[in-house]
Design a protein around this ligand. Structure first.
Ligand code: PGA
Length: 249
């Protein structure tokens, strides 16, 4: 069975006091079932502080890092530094990193390798644009994004989860319907089964992301190939995020 994961991607939001207060509200108010892995991705400048007060069972992760190990890369942080701080997860391939910051497949592959080398778990984000969907090329796009993982072995794959995030649904308020999402998740599972051993493919968690909120989470999480969610906007309010986590139980 794939792990159940609900992840909060705070993106570039919240001032320090707001981040601390949101984290404290979650820490004190949210007690997910044991089989649900809750991961919080705060802005990196707050990681240290949040890791220090994290007495909960939440995993903490970094939204971004550089693939090089160390050196003259002003402004960057390495996977090793992220791991050394106490984080256990990183996000790789988010469409905002691909589109706004021009991250290429080559860079993403290097990032996944660096993260695994450092002992981190990876949530690898994939998704098609509206244009690609309208042209009927969404499955082709998703397949090629998954094929980026083809060189990884079983033990490496056990540390990688996939987040299917249709770009047209991210931050737009337009969620994929459960039927659309499940169709894509089943397709992703099929691609994984074609690429990897049954064991690796069946164990890999596939999360849905894109305007997932407390009102649509229940229906999405009922789908058999949806193993959790990557939540942006709705993760910025403890009540909404907690309700999403409880939707999964
Ligand atoms: P959203 O973002 O929930 O605000 O659509 C999801 C994401 O980008 O991970």
């Amino acid at each position: 069975m794939p792990k159940k994961i609900i992840a909060a991607n705070w993106k570039m939001n919240l001032l320090k006091s707001e981040a601390n207060s949101l984290f404290n509200d979650l820490k004190n108010g949210l007690s997910p079932d044991n089989d649900i892995n809750v991961i919080i991705f705060p802005p990196s400048i707050y990681l240290s502080e949040i890791l220090e007060v994290n007495k909960s069972t939440f995993h903490i992760g970094a939204q971004n890092f550089h693939f090089e190990e160390k050196g003259a890369f002003t402004g960057e942080i390495s996977a090793q530094q992220v791991k050394d701080l106490g984080c256990s997860y990183v996000l790789v391939g988010h469409s905002e990193r691909r589109e706004v910051f021009g991250e290429t497949d080559d860079a993403l592959l290097k990032k996944i390798k660096a993260a695994l080398q450092a002992g981190l778990n990876v949530i690898y984000c994939i998704g098609e644009s509206l244009g690609e969907r309208e042209e009927g090329k969404h499955k082709e796009k998703i397949q090629s994004q998954i094929e980026l993982l083809s060189s990884f072995n079983e033990s490496e794959l056990s540390k990688i989860s996939i987040a299917y995030e249709p770009i047209w649904a991210i931050g737009t308020g337009i969620t994929a319907t459960p039927i659309q999402a499940e169709e894509m998740h089943a397709f992703i599972r099929e691609v994984l089964l074609n690429l990897f051993s049954d064991k690796s493919a069946e164990k890999m968690s596939i999360l849905y992301g894109g305007s997932c909120n407390e009102n649509n989470a229940v229906e999405l999480f009922k789908c058999s190939n949806i193993d959790g969610g990557l939540i942006g906007g709705a993760s910025l309010k403890s009540k909404s995020f907690s309700q999403i986590v409880y939707s999964f139980e």
